[in-house]
Design a protein around this ligand. Structure first.
Ligand code: MSP
Length: 515
């Protein structure tokens, strides 16, 4: 039976323009989605925009637009960025859509029916920038004795009537969840942090506001709009048609993977499961938090003017180079820095040299010496068998790693084989065999073409455009690009198109640094 796989990105706030940090989580989720499709799963991949809340309302006012016109414009820009980044989403949800508003209200009612929502008054510290409430004990000292949120965001004392969610009642159930299902959240650093936060005790959570209007009205009390996180988290369900159990998409629940940034892990691993427990809805299988990007060692900020729009990098280097770098630079889960120099260095060494040259050397030798057709697989030497056996293990090895969100380790597995292929080609020297043993030359090139086919197949999720070109050059038709298709050898004699370089070399940054 085909397995269903539901993967989500966070829905992005529309209070500012999309940047590389947003692209990051989406690229990672896209790799997982594409990988699962190649493995034969029926995938549902959701992304979208988070459009309510005071922060968005204020940003719209500052831009001199109505909140709706403002969110329409910025949401379209996020969608355009997702398209540029080749994010293969199946659905893009906007929290201002009627389907979402209805679903969020239905979830509220379901939670309320459990008795875990009550009306009270909220008095406490609120950080607008984080759209989060903080306890007195969590605050840190800022300049001039000013109190700040632990994230450094300014806080204000807020007092207003509010509905509360009885989060305090969920402490034990949440701890039990983390203990019983260690795979529920990762990476381990994030898991430990969340567990100690929950162990310290949970306060009830204010889940409605009356001081602004731009939100989902609370059912039966339209003076209140929902706290933006109650509204936002419910998107993972409302996009499947919740509460309509007849919607076929509901079969994708529970989600297999919520990918999020580390700053919002707490909302996904504490609030979200507690809301779902209250509503009697199954919990997602896994929440995984990625690290944060700095740029040339600095935090990205409007005031520093160093906010990177990934589309600028894409127009200069191509989408796959950017996708590759984002995942390759640091083990997925950790923090990372985007420096132009190390970006270009990786493109040159790993893409142009390691992989690009391997393909170019193999394919041009086939074009020149084998009439441009795929050679026969001959009797295999030990070296041939060894190389191919390693390459054939790639899909299952990488599947296990992608399953753990070890997206960088999975790439590294492919690179081990690429390096092994480079060692093989140097050692076998097919260019020399041309004179001494042309038949063996053909066999060697076929081993390389077969290994390259596996490599290009498994790398499709990371670099869809260039692997598409590589597979075409290797004579692999569109229907022969899944993991299952790898079991069927390509027929010898298949004509290959003229080879063309796939990964260019860049000189600029290395020259600039006088290297
Ligand atoms: N709207 C909420 C999410 C609701 S999900 C139910 C939100 N939006 S956000 O636009 O502020 O952030 C979305 C994602 O972008 C988060 O996962 C966050 O970690 C990520 N990033 C924002 N800046 C980033 C970097 N500089 N680096 C890496 N990721 C960053 O939070």
């Amino acid at each position: 039976m085909t397995r269903r796989f539901y993967v989500t990105t966070p829905i992005y706030y529309v209070n500012g323009a999309p940047h590389i940090g947003h692209a990051y989580t989406s690229v990672a989720a896209d790799i997982v989605a594409r990988f699962r499709r190649l493995a034969g799963d029926q995938v549902h991949f959701l992304t979208g925009t988070d459009e309510h809340g005071q922060k968005v309302e204020q940003a719209a006012t500052a831009a001199g637009e109505t909140p709706q016109a403002f969110t329409d414009r910025i949401s379209a820009d996020f969608r355009a960025m997702a398209d540029t980044m080749q994010i293969s989403y199946d659905d893009f949800i906007r929290t201002t859509e009627p389907r979402h508003v209805r679903g969020a209200q239905a979830l509220w009612e379901k939670v309320a029916a459990s008795g875990d929502i009550y009306l009270g008054a909220y008095e406490g510290w609120y950080a607008l920038r984080d759209e989060a409430f903080y306890g007195e004990d969590e605050l840190i000292d800022g300049p001039n004795g000013q109190k700040l949120a632990p994230t450094g965001a300014p806080v204000e004392w807020v007092r207003e009537p509010s509905y509360f969610f009885r989060l305090s009642a969920y402490q034990d159930r949440l701890l039990e969840l983390y203990e019983k299902r260690p795979e529920f959240m990762g990476p381990s650093g994030s898991r430990n942090e969340i567990m100690s936060f929950v162990r310290q005790g949970l306060r009830d959570l204010s889940i409605s506001r009356t001081s602004f209007r731009w939100g989902v009205p609370v059912p039966n009390d339209p003076e209140h709009v929902m706290y933006v996180w109650f509204d936002a988290l419910s998107n993972y369900l409302t996009a499947l048609g919740y509460p309509d159990t007849n919607n076929p998409l509901m079969a994708f629940w529970p989600a297999d993977l919520h990918l999020v940034g580390k700053d919002i892990a707490r909302f996904h691993t504490v609030f979200w499961p507690a809301f779902l427990m209250a509503a009697g809805i199954e919990l997602p299988s896994r929440v995984f938090a990625n690290g944060w990007w700095t740029v040339e060692g600095e935090k990205m900020s409007k005031s520093l003017g160093n906010v990177i729009d990934p589309r600028d990098l894409v127009s200069e280097f191509g989408v796959d180079a950017v996708r590759f770098f984002l995942i390759r630079e640091v083990p997925f889960g950790g923090d990372s820095d985007l420096s132009r120099r190390s970006f270009i260095h990786r493109l040159n060494t790993e893409l142009a040299n390691d992989l690009g040259n391997l393909a170019q050397r193999t394919l041009s030798l086939i074009a020149r010496n084998c009439n441009g057709a795929l050679p026969e697989a001959g009797a295999r030497t030990e070296a041939d068998t060894h190389l191919l056996a390693q390459a054939e293990l790639l899909p299952s090895l990488m599947e296990e790693q992608v399953g753990r969100c070890a997206l960088t380790d999975a790439l590294e597995e492919a690179w081990k084989i690429i390096r092994a292929c480079n060692a093989y080609i140097d050692h076998q020297a097919p260019w020399a065999l041309k004179k001494t043993d042309p038949e063996r030359m053909g066999h060697v090139l076929r081993v390389l073409a077969d290994a390259l086919r596996i490599i290009a197949t498994v790398l499709q999720p990371w670099m869809p455009e260039s692997m598409d070109r590589m597979l075409t050059q290797l004579g692999v038709s569109e229907s022969e690009r899944s993991f299952a298709a790898l079991g069927v050898a390509l027929p010898a004699g298949r004509e290959l198109p003229a080879p063309k370089g796939i990964f260019p070399r860049y000189t600029e940054a290395e020259d600039e640094k006088g290297q």
